[in-house]
Design a protein. Structure first.
Ligand code: SF4
Lengths: 160, 181
């Protein structure tokens, strides 16, 4: 019998530090306001009232990398843009995660040419890839849920 | 004020600057005059300022790379630069073309005639590597400043990686320069 049951409805729950921190991290993972191409339109649709990312604690996309935890790379990354993306990633405070949204960000997509980086994982580490051209909002939400599950499974020993 | 009668641009240019015109051709109602690179600025100025021609609007400058094909008599060099002019007065267009040598890809800048040529010439320098003599600020305009090469040249590699499918993904992943944290 745990402490919570003994104390009745005094408003106390017990948990582990890991669970509490991971719950906090997944419950308020704010994305960076940042779109690169057509996929960004679907990201905006995901954020808007129909699909409503606020349900998952992503109230709004922060326009500053200092205040965001999640970078959704929505669209193709050109080689001219690549240093900017990397700098934005470096400016985000730890802990931070990256979702590569769409075929272009994941592997270059149909843009197999000199101007486009063949996958954003060549410049920043990616946690979750979302396939599709563009992915529907449901797919992006599925990607975010997958990331949440991963974060919930993190252990103290993995925390940087 | 009466508008002067429209003149034939090819005949007028041939009379005024006989050494400038290499040849002229008509294709589906479009006139192209191929001029000698040395007389490019003079020819364009003539087309712009002569009453009866008044090609006063520079619509575009484009460039061509004929790379794999060997030079011919009609096409003596590897590169060409085309100037597309429009006469707003007579509502007609003309194309003036110069051929540019591969070992020294350089033509005279026409920014002194049309300031609008500034960025057009920078774009051609950026993508095709043709330099413009006398250009006030010849820097890259589309690509990053430290870019290697000129991508619209036909001997420039198209990409640096094969198209990724499920049958070759392992091979590609092996060589992929994955990023560090
Ligand atoms: S994956 Fe498709 S929709 Fe997304 S950026 Fe590329 S081309 Fe646009």
């Amino acid at each position: 019998m745990g402490v919570s049951a003994k104390l009745g409805n005094l408003g106390v729950v017990t948990t582990t530090l890991e669970q509490a921190v991971n719950w906090g991290r997944t419950g308020a993972m704010w994305p960076l306001l940042f779109g690169l191409a057509c996929c960004a339109i679907e990201m905006m649709a995901t954020q808007a009232s129909d699909y409503d990312l606020s349900r998952f604690g992503m109230e709004l996309n922060r326009a500053s990398p200092r205040q965001s935890d999640l970078m959704i790379v929505a669209g193709r990354v050109t080689r001219k843009m690549a240093p900017v993306v990397r700098q934005l990633y470096d400016q985000m405070a730890d802990p931070k995660w990256v979702i590569s949204m769409g075929d272009c960000a994941s592997c270059g997509g149909v843009y197999n040419n000199y101007a486009v980086v063949q996958g954003v994982d060549e410049i920043i580490p990616v946690d979750v890839y979302v396939a599709g051209c563009p992915p529907r909002p449901e797919q992006l939400i599925h990607g975010i849920m997958t990331l949440h599950e991963r974060v919930k499974g993190e252990r103290i020993s993995q925390w940087a | 004020m009466r508008i002067p009668e429209a003149k034939d641009p090819v005949a007028a240019l041939r009379t005024a600057l006989p050494e400038a015109v290499l040849y002229a051709k008509d294709f589906r109602g479009e006139t192209t005059i191929v001029v000698h690179p040395q007389h490019l600025v003079a020819a364009l100025q003539f087309l712009r300022d002569t009453p009866g021609l008044v090609y006063n609007f520079l619509s575009d400058i484009s460039s061509v790379d004929y790379y794999p094909e060997p030079p011919t008599e009609q096409r003596p060099e590897r590169f060409a630069v085309s100037y597309h002019l429009l006469s707003m007065l007579y509502k007609r267009r003309i194309r003036v073309k110069v051929f540019v040598a591969e070992d020294e890809p350089e033509v005279d800048s026409i920014t002194s005639l049309w300031p609008a040529a500034n960025w057009l010439e920078r774009e051609i320098y950026d993508m095709m590597g043709i330099r413009f003599r006398g250009h006030p600020d010849l820097r890259r305009v589309l690509l990053a400043e430290d870019w290697d090469g000129h991508p619209l040249r036909r001997d420039y590699p198209l990409g640096y990686e094969q198209v990724q499918f499920s049958f070759n993904v392992e091979e590609i992943i092996k060589h992929k320069p994955l990023a560090e944290e």
